[in-house]
Design a protein around this ligand. Sequence first.
Ligand code: SF4
Length: 304
Amino acid sequence: MSAPLPTANTEAAPAEPEVRRRPALSPSRASDFKQCPLLYRFRAVDKLPETPTKAQLRGTLVHSVLEKLFALPQAERQRDRAQELLVPAWSELSEQLLPEWMELFGGDNAENADKTEVDAWLRSAGKLVDAYFQLEDPARLEPEACELHVETELGSGVLLRGYIDRLDVAPTGEIRVVDYKTGAAPREIGEAKAMFQMKFYAVVLWRLRGVVPRQLKLMYLTDGQALTYAPDEAELRRFERTLEAIWQAILKAGKTGDFRPNPSKLCAWCDHQAHCPEFGGTPPAYPGWPEPDAGEETALDRAD
Ligand code: SF4
């Protein structure tokens, strides 16, 4: 099951039945709060709309292609076959995009989008898919799951929720967590955030299955490199306490609305400068802590 695309709170967005879920912490929202509490508020509490970049949409597309690739029989998971999946995956994705997002491609739907723009963008996605094949041979792998939704409750009651790009489990039971990175931001900026996300998943899997994942693997498709890390139980125990502390800090800020800005070079990637006091803006009136769900994560969050 894929993570949902975000629903923007604009009048143009189709009305969706309200899904009442218990508040949970996701790696993206936890990272937001760590980076800047005000950014967390804008995303999780105010739910201000954000327009994705072409790079984010490309990441979503490439994740979808790799998920479809692993749904094929092993012998069919070849480079050419993967490239053939791009156009159908784009058709599916474009149906889910809001008209204003399609403006990135010079139209308001897939029919009237600028074909030259779309073709160039699809070629750039095709390069990332090709880069994936430089890193491993999917015909030799049989993952247990792709786009795996995971959720667990810690002893303290904190609910953790997220989506894992791919889970490999060896016949011996050893677990490898794999995440594809396709973002345009410099790798060094995203690396700490990526490792935070991977440790988050490691904690969830450890608590769900009682096994510490043997390896966390980040596959950087923009530069064709992979980074691996082997967590240990003591580290995950410490990390679990970190997550609990983040959630307590979020709840405390949520009660009062005291979410402070924390400017950094990452502000360059923030969609909300117009509402941020650090950039001369004013946040909207605090709407109160959202019940029940303040931790939703979308496919775009993960397409970095
Ligand atoms: S612009 Fe920077 S300080 Fe302001 S909300 Fe965004 S990340 Fe936080």
